[in-house]
Design a binder for this molecule. Structure first.
Ligand code: IMP
Ligand code: MG
Length: 171
């Protein structure tokens, strides 16, 4: 059956994604050596990124999921809140992509209210040209220009999350 990706252009291959994540994991392992980390996966887009990232971090890792939504013209809303106690813990948000930064700013404030020992952000992709709020990931897999990408967790109207590679629309 025809798929959306058939009409798209390959942008980042599965091999490149794998090596970007290996580099991120190495940095994280070094910075958090000897410590436990709570890694937050904002649903749904970050599911594949978190699944691959945590398997490359050889430290005690606790995973939790949050689900936020930001309908057009409305503020950010929580669909699923955190379920672990983050008081005095090292917390890392793992986002597949940072765009305007609205979701991430909201989540950061929400988590800071839980008094973590530290709070950092790891982003597989960063689109700084689109930023509306001042938020900067501490670890970035790759900075990209202003383009809409699909695959590896990233969707277009909910489809394409299952692609192993990342694609964009032909210009
Ligand atoms: P922000 O709040 O504007 O930073 O939005 C971040 C969220 O928008 C991401 O977690 C993605 O779910 C979605 N998003 C942003 N850019 C893209 C894209 O290029 N493709 C697919 N989803 C995207
Ligand atoms: Mg999305």
């Amino acid at each position: 059956m025809a798929q959306m990706k058939d009409k798209m252009v390959p942008f980042i291959s599965a091999e490149e994604i794998n090596s970007m994540i290996a580099d991120l994991a190495k940095k994280i392992e070094k910075d958090y050596a000897g410590q436990e980390i709570i890694i937050f996966c904002p649903l749904k887009g970050s599911c594949l990124f978190v699944a691959d990232l945590v398997r490359k971090i050889h430290l005690p890792v606790i995973i939790d999921f949050v689900h936020l939504t930001s309908p057009k013209g409305e503020g950010v809303r929580i669909l699923k809140d955190i379920t672990v106690d983050i008081t005095n813990k090292h917390v890392l948000i793992a986002e597949e992509i940072v765009d305007a930064g609205r979701t991430l700013s909201f989540l950061r404030s929400r988590l800071l209210a839980g008094s973590p020992k530290s709070l950092k952000i790891v982003a597989l992709l960063d689109k700084p040209a689109r930023r509306e709020l001042p938020i900067k990931p501490d670890y970035i897999g790759r900075t990209i220009d202003d383009r809409f990408v699909v695959g590896y967790g990233l969707d277009s109207e909910e489809l394409g999350r299952n692609y192993s590679d990342i694609y964009n629309y032909a210009n």
